[in-house]
Design a protein around this ligand. Structure first.
Ligand code: FUC
Length: 348
């Protein structure tokens, strides 16, 4: 029933596929990049529900950050500068004067060691990487372990663990773009999303959070009772318009619901639920996606996918009252995100 396969790609990487009776997840040991998630629709058709490049060579530069592990710090760090115990560290500036997604040599762009494992209820691969002191400007030698696990219950778990030998900052995520229509049949306009969140971070023109919105009630950011993504694409809300008409915002979870996020595509019947012990996530609806890059069967374009980047926000470095991203030498960073897949109603 459960099976792992491993295939050599372009003579330098491995692509692993975790197979259960009803779905499969494929990924590379380069960047831990998820290349495919095949999940059934309401008729039982298995189709790919994440964006992937047609040509594997594109993962080398990965301009869209497709499917990758993001670190050391996911998101933007203002002026590419951090301060830790009165020492200032200059990070890579890879988006004008700012630092984005761990810099040029972020975790999306390194080769990970791997170990496969197989249990009765699940199979998986543990990816490990040691990020040397000073990499991309960050202090501390950091040992990172990311585990991908597929269970017999159609759950895909991502577990993150990290330790450091010097106080540092760290917040990891995965940058998969989901499109539940299957094989990119349509844009994500009528994906219906529910989020356990009443607070978001407000962005400045460089997409850097500068304030907390304490109550999203009666705005396009209130997803507590479910909302179609397109409502934010056409809205007059200045925050939707600022990011290219859509969402690229950090949502703080309220911790009211077990599922922090629920995503449904009525036509295919696919439904994805997300549970996590992360305090929030960035929802990015590919508003500013570079267009024209060949994906599996069509070219990249705006609104072709949606990312749910569960993480703590780097804005905690300059805004009060947000969960910290500091990692101390006597701590182990331990986070988990579980994606579970189902269909709304099975059809014959
Ligand atoms: C997301 C966004 C960014 C960026 C990137 C590719 O995490 O927050 O704006 O475009 O992904």
């Amino acid at each position: 029933m459960l099976k792992i396969t491993k295939e050599k790609i372009n003579n330098k990487w491995y692509e692993f596929t975790l197979n259960s009776h009803s779905m499969s997840v494929s990924f590379l040991n380069f960047g831990g990049i998820i290349t495919k998630i095949l999940a059934p629709d309401k008729y039982g058709n298995k189709e790919n529900i994440v964006l992937c490049y047609q040509d594997y060579a594109h993962y080398e530069t990965n301009p869209l950050y497709l499917g990758a592990i993001i670190g050391r710090v996911a998101g933007r760090i203002k002026n590419a500068t951090i301060q830790i115990q009165n020492t200032e560290y200059e990070l890579d500036q890879n988006e004008s004067c700012h630092h984005l997604h761990g810099g040029k040599k972020g975790f999306h762009n390194v080769l990970w060691d791997f170990n496969t494992f197989q249990g009765e209820d699940g199979i998986g691969v543990t990816l490990t990487y040691t990020s040397p002191d000073g990499e991309s400007g960050y202090p501390g030698n950091v040992n990172v372990k990311v585990t991908y696990l597929l269970t017999i219950n159609n759950e895909f778990l991502i577990e993150y663990e990290a330790t450091t030998d010097k106080e540092t900052v760290l917040t990891l995520t995965n940058h998969s773009y989901f499109n539940l229509s299957g094989d990119l049949k349509k844009l994500v306009l009528d994906h219906e999303v529910t989020i356990d969140s009443s607070r978001i971070l407000k962005l400045d023109k460089d997409l850097i959070p500068f304030d907390i919105v304490e109550d999203v009630s009666e705005t396009e950011f209130d997803f507590r009772r479910g909302r179609l993504l397109q409502e934010g694409f056409v809205s007059n809300n200045e925050q939707n318009q600022l990011v290219g008409c859509g969402y690229d915002h950090y949502f703080l979870f309220d911790q009211q619901a077990a599922n922090k996020v629920i995503v449904a595509d009525n036509e295919s019947g696919r439904i994805m639920k997300i549970k996590t012990n992360q305090p929030g996530m960035v929802m990015y609806t590919a508003n500013t996606m570079q267009e024209g890059i060949m994906l599996n069967n069509l070219k990249s374009k705006k609104y072709l996918g949606v990312c749910f980047e569960t993480q703590a926000s780097p804005a905690s470095l300059w805004l009060n009252d947000l969960p910290s991203i500091t990692l101390l030498t006597n701590e182990t960073y331990k986070k988990q995100t579980i994606f579970s897949f189902d269909v709304i109603e099975k059809k014959k």
